[in-house]
Design a protein around this ligand. Structure first.
Ligand code: FEO
Length: 446
């Protein structure tokens, strides 16, 4: 078909599809062929809208409601692969004063508003607590303040500065210092600053009357689901998502997490409502235990091999290292950067003591996939690890040295010199590599 007829064909087809889509329900009895696909399209669209239409009240404590938004379709959260989507959790507290704690990403404002309207007239909100400036939680502040025109925004010192820089609005701010309280009737809200968990402005809101902690990003998980509580989802999925979240968001701030855990340790808490994912009520000891381990950089004596390969030589080395480690009964996880997203590799990094990283040399450096991963890894600063670098080359051979340089910057222990093999490794070289794997296994077990 030439281009002209193709254009005419496509225009007619598009017109037919649009007409059939809109007239589909009317013409349904008369259409035998093709209706199914229009109905499917319609179902998808109506499902999208029904997310706002079929809301229902979710009361998590007497007079405290979850009024967040569920982001079913997001798969990339500033570079983090969110394969299960996410939620932005906001909480509405009804007392003599009405308080909204945090908001949602801007495009889910209507969903949050609908949830609030199921409960109260949004113009009656007295306070909006902004525990964290990042726009997945503050993005709907300007819109909700159009309804709650007299509301006061309660935030930390850094929070006020951040919100002013983000929105350039001279809202009615109330700056809460760490330890400050705000009486709202039967309840008193307590604010504790948790700087760098994971932005300078972060604070948590604690409500003693309800033993409820609203810590914003801390204890979050990127998971979109209809369930709201931990026991409705199960530990396996939640541990996976909470650890991925910690590894990709919170990991550099272990010391600050420890301070925050210490500050919260004296509080009576029977519910933790983070700003992403489910609310903890049955598994609080388990998630606190994991946060303690992660913030201490505690690891298990196992190995992770992260690599990429051009013509298969670096991959052969990776497999022989694996075999050598496994001969010493070391648990090994293989992550090729061709098939694994760097945010998923990080989930393994936080629990693994020995990390082997391999790349061939390309243009006097390493493969771009490995360069990207190492940049990400450096920023997330996993500590107390053992490292080992490996690779292959045709000439030059700089990649292994560059990988080792990053490991040294991270202050990892490098118990053995890296392996760097020219072109295609032969049987003897591969056998030596396996021996190195044995050696690394022995060192790891010590
Ligand atoms: Fe979920 Fe730091 O924002």
């Amino acid at each position: 078909m030439n281009a002209r007829y193709a254009d005419i064909y496509m225009t007619l087809r598009r017109a037919t599809l649009i007409a059939a889509f809109h007239l589909g329900p009317v013409l349904k009895p008369f259409l035998k062929i093709g209706y199914a696909q229009f109905a499917e399209q319609e179902r998808k669209i109506s499902k999208r809208y029904s997310r706002c239409d079929k809301l229902y009240k979710i009361e998590i404590k007497p007079d405290i409601y979850w009024v967040g938004g569920i982001d079913w379709d997001i798969r990339n959260f500033h570079g983090y692969l969110t394969q299960r989507g996410t939620t932005y959790n906001a909480y509405l507290i009804l007392d003599e004063k009405i308080v909204l704690v945090d908001t949602v990403k801007h495009y889910l404002f209507d969903e949050m508003l609908s949830r609030i309207k199921e409960i109260i007239d949004p113009s009656k909100i007295d306070y909006i607590v902004s525990n964290h400036v990042e726009m997945d939680h503050s993005g709907s502040l300007p819109k909700i303040l159009n309804y709650a025109k007299n509301a006061t925004v309660v935030t930390s010192t850094q929070g006020e500065k951040g919100l002013l820089r983000h929105f350039k609005k001279d809202w009615n701010f109330h700056v809460a210092k760490s330890g400050d309280t705000l009486n709202i009737g039967k309840r008193t809200l307590h604010f504790v600053h948790t700087p760098m968990v994971h932005w300078p402005d972060n604070m948590v809101t604690y409500i003693p009357k309800d033993k409820l902690l609203l810590p914003n990003d801390a204890f979050g998980q990127h998971i979109a689901c209809s369930e709201r509580f931990d026991d409705e989802v199960g530990w396996d999925i939640l541990k996976e998502e909470a650890s991925k979240y910690y590894a990709n968001i919170v990991l550099p701030y272990g010391d600050q997490v420890k301070k925050a855990l210490s500050a919260l340790s004296g509080l009576e808490i029977d519910m933790i409502g983070p700003s992403h994912g489910i609310i903890w009520r049955s598994l609080i000891p388990k998630i606190l235990e994991e946060y303690t381990k992660w913030s201490n950089h505690d690891t298990e004596k196992k190995a992770l091999i992260v690599y990429d390969s051009m013509w298969g030589s670096t991959e052969k080395i990776a497999f022989m290292l694996r075999d050598g480690l496994q001969e010493k009964n070391i648990q090994v996880t293989m992550k090729s950067l061709k098939t694994n997203h760097i945010s998923d590799v990080m989930t393994d990094v936080i629990t693994t003591k020995m990390i082997l990283i391999g790349s061939p040399t390309l243009n006097n450096g390493m493969l771009p996939s490995m360069g990207g991963f190492l940049t990400y890894l450096k920023g997330l600063k996993p500590r107390n690890r053992m490292g080992f670098a490996f690779g292959s080359f045709g000439w030059g051979g700089q990649a292994v040295g560059e990988i080792e340089k990053v490991m040294k910057e991270l202050k990892w222990e490098l118990p053995l010199e890296g392996v760097n093999l020219k072109y295609i490794p032969d049987d003897e070289e591969l056998s030596n590599v396996k021996g190195i794997g044995n050696e690394l296994g022995k060192i790891l077990k010590e």
